[in-house]
Design a protein around this ligand. Sequence first.
Ligand code: KIV
Length: 301
Amino acid sequence: MTQNPAAQTPAVTGAAHGGGTQHTGDTSKALYGGKSSRRITVRDITAAKERGEKWPMLTAYDAMTASVFDEAGIPVLLVGDSMGNCHLGYDTTVPVTLDEMTMLSAAVVRGTRRSLIVADLPFGSYQEGATQALRSATRLVKEAGVGAVKLEGGERSHRQIQLLVESGIPVMAHIGLTPQSVNAMGYRVQGRGEEAAAQLLRDAKSVQDAGAFAVVLELVPAELAAEVTRVLHVPTVGIGAGPETDAQVLVWTDMLGLTPGRVPRFVKQYADLRSVMTQAVRGYADEVVSGGFPTADNSVH
Ligand code: KIV
């Protein structure tokens, strides 16, 4: 059996990071900007909701990028099945396998010291029922060393969430737009209209009752996301769900400008890595062709 020291030993280094929390009172415990350097747990996430603290989450798919986000103080990193589109070259998240998820989750765990690592259960690894979900989630916890798993679906995933939580595996739920169901629902805003909004509220309560420690709300009208956030005692994590959720998550390649072509309207781009990298790579290629690289400084004698 793979032993994963990162999973067993709390982190011992790390720094307090630049603030950003809006809550008042003791900020030393803040998920972002707080003083603690040990690895964050789901109990810390629960406490943040009680303090009324907002927090950021990002996706990560490899050790080196994850280490940047960890050192920047991002408290929760999601090894999302968006790796299908953003890392593995698939068109959707549907083809992602449990083997791929396990391998990349282990890399993210190895690259981080403080962030709580949450791994997605990929499509086909939990839909058969609670026992299959437990088998799949157990691999991610034992072999990759993640601290929690995420799965899609509200009422329909209640039994799976319940068994995982009873078995000691923390679960982040994901409702609203659930990309693994793209073939059935497309990429459309969810929860519009009275009936759909009522269903979304039922889904949110159902995953909370099953024991989920947090709920992702994807592409949901801002007013409805705000209502869900008020009603639930576990934190909501919004993506395309307006400003009132307890936390926000973005796909890192979207927010840092690496994703080619159009990104969803709700994404804010904080950098243009695609241009930066293209320019740097062309600079290197030009110098190789012109003889400007390597120079004596880049050579051994
Ligand atoms: O896979 C992913 O990146 C996700 C986020 C969009 C929440 O599920």
